[in-house]
Design a protein around this ligand. Structure first.
Ligand code: SAM
Ligand code: SF4
Ligand code: FES
Length: 346
């Protein structure tokens, strides 16, 4: 058992790339037990028993990109495409506000229909109607000017997973026209502008090695994001990775605990992907150090069309059903789902 290394991570909040690599490679169930106990403790010191909730609104399934892992990639001719109007997005917020959400996450493919003008209008309208709510955007890579305009219109946070901190690995997951350097440029612009920023990666993405994971964890430690999105890679039948193995819940949970110890105050969701590969994945995520859940607020009619990976859960349920379901799941592990904005360190 790697007690010494885990104690060091717990006490210092830091490990070298070599140490992280060893910790992952030699992990045992006993290691995870100790690691997750420490991770829960750190989470509790920062946030008590509170779990924050974010209403996820999937605004568009159109995407100009061709990420090899994603069902929304432009080359997927079988994908059903939709985009929500301003009125539809605002109706989701109205519904969500009534259900107690105080953060709305607008997520979608990189869809040119959503110009700065359109998005600034939506963001400022949401902020005007719900001044006590935070708006998070997760709309992919944009120019610095665009990020600035959206921030000026009132957006508070931006989620852009770095996907992998290993450039060669990045190039195996993305087509030539996408670049690791631009992804990193976006993340540093977002931080400079003043957003609360989220990065993250998929666990078990094709060609990922333990060295990639150690690099991801070092990147996260050094970048010091406010949020980290980690979920298992899950194959999609209409992508080039259709036959690749899925990531595991076990390694995802282990890494959630490591991230909590590296960044004690980080906002860390128990993701839908984790709930998809394991029926109790999100509850286990909370037990491993996560403190955020993101129920789906998208209109039920479009849910199935936002198909990033196969067998995604929550595609038939109304927003209120997901909200209630998650509240029960959170309570089942002795935690409390709260109606707060849930800012970093709050
Ligand atoms: N288009 C934006 C972007 O790429 O940042 C936001 C939406 S994108 C669908 C959100 C995240 O979904 C990506 O960052 C990626 O990590 C994750 N994702 C895509 N395909 C996936 C898959 N097959 N399995 C698990 N997660 C996936
Ligand atoms: Fe588009 Fe995002 Fe999917 Fe890549 S991960 S294809 S950018 S929706
Ligand atoms: Fe959507 Fe359980 S969270 S049905």
């Amino acid at each position: 058992m790697q007690t010494e290394l885990i104690e060091k991570l717990y006490k210092t909040g830091d490990l070298s790339a070599e140490e992280l690599k060893g910790l992952i490679e030699n992990r045992s169930t006993d290691d995870f037990e100790l690691l997750s106990r420490y991770a829960r403790q750190r989470c509790e010191e920062s946030y008590g028993d509170r779990v924050f909730t974010r209403g996820l609104i999937e605004i568009s399934s159109y995407c100009k990109n061709d990420c090899l892992y994603c069902g929304l990639r432009r080359s997927n001719g079988n994908a059903e495409r939709y985009r929500l109007s301003q009125e539809e997005i605002l109706a989701c917020c109205e519904n969500g506000y009534g259900l107690g959400f105080r953060t709305f996450v607008l997520q979608g493919g990189e869809d040119g229909y959503y110009t700065d003008e359109f998005l600034c209008g939506v963001v400022s309208e949401i902020k005007e109607k719900y001044p006590d709510c935070a708006v998070t955007l997760s709309l992919g890579e944009r120019s610095r000017e665009s990020f600035q305009r959206l921030f000026d219109a009132g957006a508070d946070r931006y989620l852009l997973r770095h996907e992998t901190a290993d450039k060669a690995h990045y190039e195996r997951l993305h087509p030539k026209e996408m670049s690791y350097d631009n992804r990193m440029r976006c993340l540093s612009d977002l931080r400079d502008i003043g957003y609360q920023v989220g990065c993250g990666f998929m666990v078990g993405s094709p060609f990922q090695t333990v060295d990639c994971l150690a690099a991801d964890l070092r990147f996260i430690k050094e970048f010091q994001p406010h949020m980290v999105g980690i979920g298992p890679f899950i194959r999609h039948k209409d992508t080039p990775f259709a036959d690749m193995p899925d990531g595991t819940a076990e390694l995802t949970l282990f890494l959630l605990s490591v991230v909590r110890l590296l960044l004690p105050k980080v906002l860390l969701p128990a993701t839908t992907a984790l709930g998809t590969i394991s029926p109790t994945g999100r509850e286990q995520g909370l037990m491993a150090g996560a403190n955020v859940v993101m129920p789906n607020l998208s209109p039920v009619l479009v849910r199935k069309k936002y198909s990033l990976y196969d067998n995604k859960i929550c595609t038939g349920e109304e927003a209120a059903e997901c909200a209630g379901c998650l509240e029960r799941r959170v309570s089942s592990v002795g935690r409390r789902l709260v109606c707060e904005r849930g800012d970093y360190g709050s």
